[in-house]
Design a protein around this ligand. Structure first.
Ligand code: BDP
Length: 704
């Protein structure tokens, strides 16, 4: 008990500083008018306190109300003595028991919020079939207060649309975070399991506030060591901390662990010794973590070991692990991010080629985890053709929350619209409208979290964690509404603050696309660390890690021909989509160069030649960042000085780097195309060689 309160105190202590630590759970005092509006009906909390989750829900509500209304509520376990918020499940609270039947359809994680009368007193019910739903309901109620919503006619019924809502941490055991831009790993493996940093509890609270219900602790490029007994004890300590918040722990499993840890000569999935090893390992894990979620596996991809090393299929590999986990209720999240450099086929086609034919071959507790697009978390990609193509296999979509390809932590790029674009993409599977979201059992987000005070490396990147969680709960949620909610909670529920911030956020992704990879260009970042432009990247160990492989620019034209005349990646989509993307006159212009190789003077919808439009996009992207700077400057005095100053500084980094992207890209494509700059465009200040010579050996987040 004391520990919980100490953690809460630490949290409250830090929130006044507005250093970003409190995330969207600042619970800063509301305007007097709002305090008066809510105050009378929220003076008391009636909540059971028998389980850790019940106490978490009660404590969060008390913390939130105390902060928002500047006054601690009265606390009762079962008696209503005033205008109260009543928490509970049918089993934890006699006051909630009458709702038993009508809550049956809410499922294991749903909840309802409602106004009611108890003993002649007006109360507000936060009720759910299970404790975790009550916690989620408390966060919903707090969100309403934080955004200044009316509670007058409150009637909310909520259940998550997706079963698995999971963060993937690409954290190595030595604390380095692959593609992490927010400091070191949050997990201090050295001091676990004894030292349970209160920050672990705050991490769990933040995730629970969004309904995230799973976390993969370690990098997909996994060390077998994570499955060794001492590390399992450490993971178990984290699982204990997260459990009350409804979060299950998962681990990335290295396919060759039976060799590395078990001393076996092989990891062949059809070998009985290997099968026994995984069964014993699963039993051992569940002895440590009784509600262990399961494994995430990257196999036969980018040098990782896998079943194909033994001539077996991805299904053989996934089923091996699935069998070991099944008796305990665990799942295998098997990644479809596979491609091999010795396969000449267009890299964007390889996952589909490997997996589509395996539909139906996986055990029921295997979920195939597919990246949002066919390549690799680019600023813009079409949706992955596996969505809709594996009707007999549960699928998860994997997105990056960390911005490996979108300017790291310093570029303000709100990813809500990117997620929304792919979730709502129409696959036309079965010849009719069917969005990507409709095919999902779960969603995974590559976390942008580290031990930076802001958690995410910048104030605005918190919004991406937030948006991921909110969309995981409900993929239909408009990303603009999510931005507005987040801005109100993170800064202030004041339209004069929220509206300009939402405007910046909603335009920011398209701005980044424009100054990095407009019109369907992709994978033009510098080699390895991906910091800054590198459209000239060529040579090296594999062609599909170069830029020239993707843009295919020469004197005559630019773009990757993925039509039937080219790699025929379009053929992996349903016929309607293939027809749309495959037709150069119909393909949406934002995807033009993804699917088509066109001459530089290809006429665009605007009437201008492609070359002019391309340069125009680069310039426009920079202008939009300038626009964001102006908007932000206008918020001085309305946003606390500390956060305002940091965001302003980061925007000037973004402005400088957007210009760098524009100038380097224009210099390069001009050298290749031999075209003059369109009228009104300024020449890059340096010759191409200057941009090519820039080197950043210490750029953060590199893979290793
Ligand atoms: C790429 C990253 C690399 C990851 C890989 C993956 O550059 O660090 O290991 O994705 O998802 O985008 O496995």
């Amino acid at each position: 008990m004391l520990a919980v309160f100490t953690a809460l105190m630490a949290f409250t202590g830090s929130l006044r500083a507005e250093d970003g630590y409190a995330l969207w759970m600042r619970y800063a005092p509301l305007e007097p008018a709002l305090v008066a509006h809510y105050g009378t009906s929220l003076g008391e909390v009636v909540a059971p306190d028998q389980t850790p989750t019940q106490r978490a829900a009660r404590d969060e509500l008390v913390l939130g109300l105390t902060g928002l209304l500047d006054r601690a509520p009265r606390l009762n376990t079962s008696a209503v003595t005033g205008h109260a918020v009543v928490l509970g499940t049918p089993t934890s609270s006699a006051l909630i028991a009458p709702l038993h039947d009508e809550m049956a359809s809410l499922g294991q994680e749903g909840y309802l919020l409602r106004r009611a009368h108890i003993g002649g007193r007006e109360v507000l019910l936060v009720a759910a079939p299970r404790d975790i739903g009550v916690l989620y309901g408390v966060f919903h109620l707090l969100r309403l207060l934080q955004t200044g919503a009316s509670l007058d006619t409150l009637e909310v019924r909520e259940s998550p649309r997706l079963q698995l809502r999971v963060l993937n941490h690409w954290d190595n055991l030595d604390g380095h975070v692959e593609r992490g831009y927010a400091g070191r790993s949050l997990w201090d493996w050295q001091t676990l399991p004894e030292w349970r940093d209160p920050r672990y509890t705050d991490y769990a609270r933040a995730n629970a506030s969004l309904g995230i219900n799973g976390t993969v602790l370690n990098n997909v490029n996994a060390s077998a060591q994570s499955l060794a007994p001492d590390y399992l004890a450490k993971a178990a300590a984290l699982a204990d901390i997260f459990r009350p918040y409804g979060i299950r722990v998962y681990l990335s499993a290295r396919f060759s662990a039976p060799i590395e840890l078990g001393g076996l000569a092989t990891a062949d999935p059809l070998e009985p010794d290997v099968q026994r090893w995984w069964r014993d390992k699963a039993d051992e894990i569940y002895a440590h973590i009784p509600d262990f979620g399961g494994f995430l596996v990257k196999a036969n991809s980018e040098g990782q070991p896998g079943p194909q090393d033994y001539g077996r299929s991805h299904a053989d590999g996934a089923n091996l692990l699935a069998k070991a986990l099944a008796p305990h209720g665990g799942v295998v999240m098997w990644r479809a991010f596979v491609y091999a450099h010795d396969v000449p086929a267009d890299r964007a086609t390889q996952a589909y080629t490997e997996f589509a034919g395996l539909d139906g071959a996986f055990l029921p507790n295997v979920i195939v985890q597919v990246k949002n697009g066919p390549l690799d978390f680019q600023p813009r990609e079409p949706f992955h053709p596996l969505f809709g193509a594996m009707p007999h296999t549960p699928l998860m979509m994997e997105v990056q929350i960390t911005k490996e390809y979108l300017g790291f932590a310093t570029h303000l790029v709100y990813l809500g619209p990117l997620y929304e674009e792919v979730l709502q993409a129409d696959t036309r599977a079965r010849g009719e409208g069917a969005t990507v979201a409709q095919f999902l059992t779960g969603i995974a987000g590559v976390a942008n979290i580290g031990n930076d005070r802001t958690w995410t490396g910048s104030h605005f990147d918190q919004a991406n964690w937030y948006a991921f969680g909110r969309l995981a709960w409900n993929p239909q949620h408009p990303s603009r509404d999510i931005a507005a909610e987040w801005a109100a909670m993170t800064f202030a529920p004041d339209p004069e603050v929220v509206e300009p911030i939402v405007g910046m956020m909603m335009a920011s992704r398209e701005a980044a696309v424009s100054y990095m990879t407009p019109l369907g260009l992709h994978h033009l970042m510098a080699r390895g660390h991906h910091y800054g432009p590198g459209p000239w990247v060529d040579g090296g160990p594999r062609a599909d890690w170069t830029s020239v492989y993707y843009h295919r620019a020469d004197r005559h034209g630019i773009g990757f021909d993925r039509t039937a005349r080219g790699s025929n990646a379009v053929g992996q989509y349903a016929p309607d989509v293939a027809a749309l993307y495959g037709d150069v006159t119909q393909v949406p212009e934002p995807l033009l160069l993804w699917f088509h190789h066109v001459p530089w003077d290809h006429r665009m919808a605007s009437g201008r030649p492609l070359w002019d439009e391309l340069v125009g996009h680069y310039t426009q992207g920079v202008r939009q960042v300038q626009g964001m700077q102006t908007t932000w400057a206008g918020l001085q005095g309305r946003v606390d000085a500390h956060r305002h100053a940091q965001v302003a500084a980061f925007l000037s980094i973004q402005r400088r780097e957007a210009q760098w992207w524009r100038d380097a890209s224009v210099a390069y494509f001009q050298a290749v195309s031999g075209r003059p700059l369109p009228a009104g465009e300024t020449a890059p200040p340096h010759p191409l060689a200057w941009y090519q010579a820039l080197a950043f050996p210490s750029a953060p987040g590199d893979g290793r």
